[in-house]
Write a protein that binds this ligand. Structure first.
Ligand SMILES: *[C@@H]1O[C@H](CO)[C@@H](O)[C@H](O)[C@H]1NC(C)=O
Ligand SMILES: *[C@@H]1O[C@H](CO)[C@@H](O)[C@H](O)[C@H]1NC(C)=O
Ligand SMILES: *[C@@H]1O[C@H](CO)[C@@H](O)[C@H](O)[C@H]1NC(C)=O
Ligand SMILES: *[C@@H]1O[C@H](CO)[C@@H](O)[C@H](O)[C@H]1NC(C)=O
Length: 483
């Protein structure tokens, strides 16, 4: 009887030992974001995980550091929660849960065992007493009375529940055997994963989240990245005709919330300046600038306190200083087509589209020698001279709109319903790519779309409605420390 209990305890103990062993030795080897080490000579933390394999492979490598209070990061990370979709992660989660279940069961089992053991010990005493009495009765049959027989019977009856306990023991022992086999197979399948290095699922998850949040902080302070998605539009106001332009100045402090609004694309001269976005929404607190020369198109931009626009029926760019209300510079963008020769798909004399990103002032246009292909030019904001230009190879007439984010030009394929970001040109690498980034074209006629790096948002004029789209940038940031 005792040996059954002891054997059971032994099984429990050996299963637990196996578990502990597995948790302390096998698991750490399986989960491995722990190739963490400082690069020589820097305070940088370098974290690198590469999961090989075409189908389930993903990469997460990067470095994050604070160098003299400056945020430095370089990272190529999967989108947030990528870990959760990684198949190996799911398997680990299941295994971890399974192990937890088994541990919990074993704990309960252990408690039950010690309780049963006490019961068995008490029973053992009783049985020994009965045994003694039976022996006595056998050696002195004449002393056996009715009373003694009744006593014996009663004692035997008291031992009956022991049969139930023993039966349960037998089935429990079988269950332990099953558990043990299961643990062995868990260990085995985990052993097969050992070609990869991991340290713990939670650690991996935590590190990824830390990395993501550091990266997010970093990326938003540096502000650059690749456009990954465009959020839902929010209509700020519905004011003006079908075509027009509105904007905020991304170069000045964000406490200066002024909004400029320029209705129409043809011969306009009146620029409305609102004190804030809220004032723009309600139509209060505005002043009007009367421009000395009318504009063409809707490609105007307010940059660092000046309005830059295309002078009507010319390829002259005008810089109008808003504070002094005077024209500071006029400069011809030589060879640029104008007067509705190569507009965007919606027309409207949108030959020359001025815009700004984090790195400066830009013009999108085309020339006859470029055969109507989009040309992207970098302008000096003071002299308005063309500093450098890029031939994107994309036909301007097939473009709905274009805007620049972090030195890359994003081009839509239409101004109508179903429009999407279709083409990207990277000035740094002189490379282009086709893409498919959809966005909601709520009012079905977009005549202006520009990126504001300060607000990290797209401003659009959609059929007389002024709308803003938040955008998602892929946080792929080059390190400053390379310089
Ligand atoms: C662990 O136990 C929970 C609740 O008892 C159950 O829902 C889950 O499926 C179990 N997990 C595994 C892997 O057995
Ligand atoms: C913005 O304007 C200020 C003067 O108003 C000037 O000092 C500063 O250099 C300008 N910044 C750029 C990037 O042109
Ligand atoms: C611009 O186009 C209009 C109408 O298409 C035409 O009357 C005008 O002469 C053109 N101006 C220039 C400078 O090409
Ligand atoms: C953009 O995101 C910010 C921060 O999450 C939010 O406050 C703002 O309302 C959003 N704007 C739009 C147009 O979605």
């Amino acid at each position: 009887m005792m040996s059954v209990a002891v054997m059971k305890m032994g099984l429990v103990l050996s299963t637990m030992a196996m578990l502990t062993n597995w948790m302390s030795q096998t698991l750490p080897r399986l989960v491995g974001l722990d190739q963490t080490g400082a690069r020589p000579g820097t305070s940088e933390k370098y974290i690198s995980v590469v999961y090989p394999g075409q189908d389930e492979g993903w990469q997460l490598f990067g470095s994050v550091s604070d160098v003299g209070g400056k945020c430095v990061c370089r990272l190529l990370a999967p989108p947030l929660n990528h870990c959760r979709t990684e198949p190996r992660y799911t398997r680990f989660r299941q295994l971890a849960e399974h192990v937890q279940n088994v541990s919990r069961y074993l704990e309960m089992f252990d408690w039950q065992t010690s309780r049963d053991l006490q019961h068995i010990r008490a029973m053992e005493q009783k049985i020994m007493g009965v045994e003694m009495r039976v022996k006595t009765a056998l050696s002195h049959p004449h002393t056996v009375t009715e009373k003694v027989l009744q006593d014996l019977e009663q004692s035997l009856l008291e031992c009956v529940p022991l049969r139930l306990v023993l039966a349960r023991f037998r089935s429990e022992v079988l269950k332990v055997e099953v558990l043990k086999r299961e643990m062995e197979s868990v260990s085995l399948s985990l052993g097969q994963e050992q070609t990869h290095t991991y340290s713990s699922v939670q650690q991996l998850e935590q590190k990824e989240m830390q990395l993501q949040s550091r990266l997010h902080t970093c990326a938003s302070s540096i502000g650059c990245g690749k456009l990954m998605g465009i959020g839902n539009p929010v209509t700020i106001r519905s004011f003006g005709s079908r075509f027009g332009s509105w904007m905020m100045d991304s170069m000045i402090s964000s406490s200066d919330e002024r909004v400029w609004w320029m209705d129409g694309y043809f011969k306009g001269k009146r620029v409305f300046e609102y004190r804030s976005l809220r004032d723009f929404t309600t139509g209060h607190n505005f002043v009007v600038h009367q421009l000395p020369h009318p504009w063409s198109g809707t490609g105007h931009v307010v940059y660092n306190g000046s309005l830059y626009y295309n002078k009507h029926q010319s390829n002259v760019i005008v810089r109008y200083h808003l504070h002094s209300r005077s024209v500071l510079t006029q400069h011809t963008l030589s060879q640029a087509a104008y007067n509705n020769t190569f507009p965007y798909s919606w027309g409207g004399s949108s030959d020359i589209d001025l815009m700004a990103d984090e790195s400066g002032l830009w013009a999108v246009y085309t020339t006859l020698t470029h055969g109507g292909n989009l040309v992207l030019g970098r302008l000096d904001p003071v002299t308005l001279e063309l500093l450098q230009s890029w031939d994107t190879g994309f036909p301007k007439r097939s473009a709905g709109e274009a805007f620049i984010v972090c030195g890359s030009l994003y081009v839509t394929d239409s101004h109508l319903n179903g429009a999407k970001i279709h083409f990207i040109y990277h000035t740094e690498s002189h490379m282009y790519e086709y893409t498919h980034i959809p966005f909601h074209n709520q009012y079905s006629h977009i005549s202006m779309m520009d990126y504001n790096p300060r607000e990290k948002a797209l401003y659009a004029w959609n059929n007389g409605h002024q709308v803003i789209y938040n955008i998602t940038l892929l946080q792929e940031v080059k390190t400053f420390s390379d310089v």
